[in-house]
Design a protein around this ligand. Structure first.
Ligand SMILES: [Zn+2]
Length: 215
């Protein structure tokens, strides 16, 4: 059976606009499967069951974030000779990362949407807090020595904060021709069984995006 395509969209993933394709397939599974094929994120949903695409996308993005963060912590931790206690990947709405008195670090999974060098800056920032807890002159000297371009990454995060912090697993980000970014959601964040797919397709196209001008 030829899979039914419910509609392509795009999400900011590791700094790139990446197309997301939702594909229906015959399967006894009761959940969506997410993977990357030809630089596109593919979400495979079974025709027989109602599936929450939003939840599947978010848990997949969280797993990618965790893998990226673990790898960069390993590399940067060695360079900076700083070794954290526990590491948490969280969904804080207000911050990109944190460092506790017990030397535990936390990171926001939404950083996986930013370019790798931006994520890397937050890694360096939190590791630097293990040496210097306050945002002192000494702290910023440490950050600069391991991440000379940190100011550019800070600015990028400030400019895109609303966009990234507003992201749920099912939210999609699309940059349109005039330099604006549109922000839309999967229709109701749920896919219905195949009989409803035609209706969903038309809903999808008519979902109005909330336009946010780029700073
Ligand atoms: Zn800090």
């Amino acid at each position: 059976m030829k899979p039914a395509r419910l509609g392509p969209e795009a999400i900011l993933f590791r700094g790139n606009d990446t197309r997301v394709e939702v594909v229906q397939e015959e399967s006894a599974r009761r959940h969506a499967l997410v993977d990357v094929v030809n630089n596109r994120i593919r979400v495979r949903v079974p025709t027989q069951h109602v599936v929450d695409v939003s939840a599947a996308m978010e848990s997949w993005l969280r797993r990618q974030a965790k893998a990226d963060i673990t790898e960069r912590l390993r590399v940067r931790g060695k360079e900076m000779r700083q070794h954290p206690g526990r590491v948490y990947v969280m969904g804080q709405r207000t911050k990109w990362g944190g460092c506790s008195r017990r030397r535990n670090l936390s990171f926001n999974w939404r950083l996986v949407m930013a370019a790798p060098e931006v994520l890397d800056y937050i890694i360096v920032h939190e590791l630097a807090h293990l040496a210097e807890p306050y945002h002192s002159t000494k702290f910023w000297l440490i950050v600069r020595s391991y991440c000379p371009d940190y100011d550019r990454h800070r600015r990028w995060l400030r400019e895109h904060e609303d966009l990234l912090m507003g992201a749920k697993g099912g939210s999609v980000v699309r940059r349109v021709a005039d330099g604006r970014v549109t922000f839309a959601c999967w229709p109701r964040c749920i896919l219905l069984p195949s009989t409803a797919s035609k209706r969903i397709q038309s809903q999808w196209k008519s979902t109005p995006g909330m336009a946010t001008p780029l700073a």
